[in-house]
Design a protein around this ligand. Structure first.
Ligand code: GLU
Ligand code: ZN
Length: 285
């Protein structure tokens, strides 16, 4: 069964940076890809500030991101921020609670590590310690998805990546992921899935490092009755050591390049042409 409800025409794409650090060349590449896909297909390009992580978010960075995209010559059609959507995350979480698909978990990272769990695509696989446990309701708890129960409810699912083709959804490899954090009304998985639906995104464009996360997102779409987009997980820019670019690995930020008087339009064109700066290469998608 092909799950996607959208044709590849008139794509609505998005660039969804988290304001916990400056954007670097890898982000520029991601933004160019998302922008160009929308423009080539007569669609819309959205900017979403993923500021759900209150402790790590620096609100002033959103304005820097706007300047970075303008410098690269990328115009966006709409901008949204996760911090303005907390009610929709709560509503979805409540629904999953009512359906018995999530359970509270009070485990600390230390307790989870002590159980010597297996490693999944996104860190340690939760060993299920709190599943079926009666917990003190006064204690702060995260909400975890009961993945086995969820899968029984929805059955087999698939999703389509424009570069990698049809995928059969395999969310079980993540174990019972957190959907609502102890300190935040949603995890990345829940917030991003709801936002893409609310924004009418038809082509989720992001780096290949988030490819596996899509298995979870596809499951959440089925559980919450959300429309199913297509995905385009693009290759990542790599540094000399073959690791994905990150600010901490000494790649300059776009703001630094901008302030040094570099030509942003020319940089965006170089990224389009695959004419990358010295020491940087494009990985495989
Ligand atoms: N906010 C995420 C990041 O900056 C991107 C999430 C997504 O594109 O789904 O890495
Ligand atoms: Zn627990």
């Amino acid at each position: 069964m092909s799950e996607s409800q959208f044709e590849s025409s008139a794509a609505v794409t998005r660039f969804a940076p988290s304001p916990n650090g400056m954007l670097h060349l890898g982000h520029a590449y991601s933004a160019v890809v998302a922008h160009d896909l929308a423009r080539e297909r007569g669609g819309r390009f959205l900017l979403r500030i993923e500021d759900i992580d209150g402790a790590r978010s620096r609100p002033e960075l959103a304005a820097e991101f706007h300047r970075d995209l303008e410098w690269l010559g990328l115009e966006w059609d709409e901008v949204s921020a996760q911090s303005s959507r907390l009610a929709s995350y709560e509503e979805a979480a409540t629904r999953l609670v009512q359906e018995g698909l999530v359970y509270p978990c009070t485990c600390t990272r230390k307790q989870i590590e002590a159980a010597k769990p297996r490693l999944g695509p996104d860190g340690l696989i939760y060993p299920g310690t709190c599943k079926g446990r009666l917990l003190d309701p006064a204690r702060p708890a995260a909400l975890r998805l009961d993945i086995e129960k969820a899968l029984m409810q929805v059955g087999e699912l698939s999703w389509f990546d424009e570069l990698a083709g049809e995928q059969s959804a395999d969310p079980l490899q993540f174990g019972d992921v957190v959907l609502v954090r102890k300190d935040e009304p949603a995890s990345y998985h829940l917030a991003a899935t709801l936002d893409d639906a609310a924004d009418g995104v038809t082509l989720v464009t992001r780096g290949a490092d988030l490819f596996a996360a899509t298995h979870i997102h596809r499951l959440l779409q089925a559980l919450l009755g959300l429309p199913v987009p297509r995905w385009h997980h693009h290759a990542l820019l790599l540094d000399e050591t073959g690791k994905k670019l990150a600010k901490r690995r000494e790649s300059p930020s776009l703001a630094e390049m901008r302030e040094a008087g570099e030509d942003g339009l020319a940089l965006a064109d170089r990224l389009r042409a695959g004419n990358l700066p010295a020491g940087i290469s494009l990985g495989s998608p």
